[in-house]
Design a protein around this ligand. Sequence first.
Ligand SMILES: *Cc1c(COP(=O)(O)O)cnc(C)c1O
Length: 466
Amino acid sequence: MREQLAGLPAVHVLADAAAAAATAGVPRWAVVEAARRAIADRRAALLRGAATDGAIDAAEVARAAQALAGPPLQRVINATGVVLHTNLGRAPLADAARAAIDDVARGYSNLEYDLARGERGSRHDHLRDVLCELTGAEDAIATNNNAAATVLGLAALAAGREVVVSRGELIEIGGSFRLPEILALSGGRLVEVGTTNKTHARDYEQAIGPATGLLLKVHRSNFAVIGFTAEVSVAELVAIGRARGVATMVDLGSGAFVDRATQRAWGLPDEPTVAETVAAGADLVTFSGDKLLGGPQAGIAVGTKVAVAAARKHPLMRALRPDKLAIAGLAATLALYRRGAHAEVPVPRMLGATAAQLRATADDLARRIGEDPSRKKPSPLAIAVEPCASAVGGGAMPEARLASWAVTLRGVDGLGPDDVAQALRAAPVPIIARIEDDRVWLDVRTLAPDELDTVAAAVRALAARV
Ligand SMILES: *Cc1c(COP(=O)(O)O)cnc(C)c1O
């Protein structure tokens, strides 16, 4: 071992070899850093007594250097079929939203400037009209995300007072968003009512007292309660609150903008829309900009003038406000809904794709993969087109399974499904796929039309290697 340790290359020697193997333009700092890490890894392996063979591979160090030099956050292709994939950045944006973000990003903007008066304006003005029109609310504000909108709403409406919530709605969303903790952070005192599976109107009525500040209803989002269940609707909750002078807030989570008939046509379970929740009389309704709406990361709070004004005036607003890029992207996305063009927004477009359309896309992808004229025999990856089920994701509609189609790849000896999936992740634009039943599934629901050729090229390159 001592001999092997002494035989480890000097950093600059390995870096020179890696630089020779790397594509042009990989900066020196990245080659040196990759060489340093490779040598440190090898030294640690030797000290552990692990078996190591041969010299450190300069080509591998070159690849590591290229990855180091590239942007840490990069585009990937989502072939998982999970439309709102939280790990993959949730909603891809509409062309119009991307253009609006680009326009605002490249120069100055009227973010907080009133062009007509030539004086200071408010960033909240850019979204108010379109949100009010689409939801029927009196007023609206946006925040950095829906967690922020919920914290802000609770802080503004219920700090120092009791907040009544059903035990069936005390959710954890992930990323440590747990409702009881969020409520504590906002300064409200949690009052749990009902049971896990059943909460009745009388449970809320009995819980209201002089210290009650708010009735809160939370969309269950990522779990379902089935069987012997009962819950109180928003309209009933509002009626209970109004009779006792207590406001009602609803955290909708996803916040659907497409109506229930359209949702049903898409095969989705009924998701309450923002407009119907506002119409039911909730004082404040919060939801995400980048879940079903399909815009950039943002939170939105719509409701009565009084409730929204309280949120806007709250000191936390300054810490939770959205930036100009999110406002630009959100405004452009909402403008598409306003003119009935939600099919131009990728999330609703992907959710609305029919099984027949997806089958045609999967056939198309399989054809493109098979296009390699140099290969007469069938692909060694045993490419097939098979039905599958996509999910909505983003902690929304956990039970919904949307009929979809996939191109599947089987591994070969020495290249199992895990290796195939890993090779796809190492493609120039990484492709993220699902493994199930001992094969790799490329669900076409979440592929954009202009990504098919990229995916086909990556699969052909892989097939050529085996
Ligand atoms: C997703 C979700 C949130 C958090 O929204 P973000 O936009 O991710 O911050 C809060 N509440 C509910 C009910 C949700 O589903």
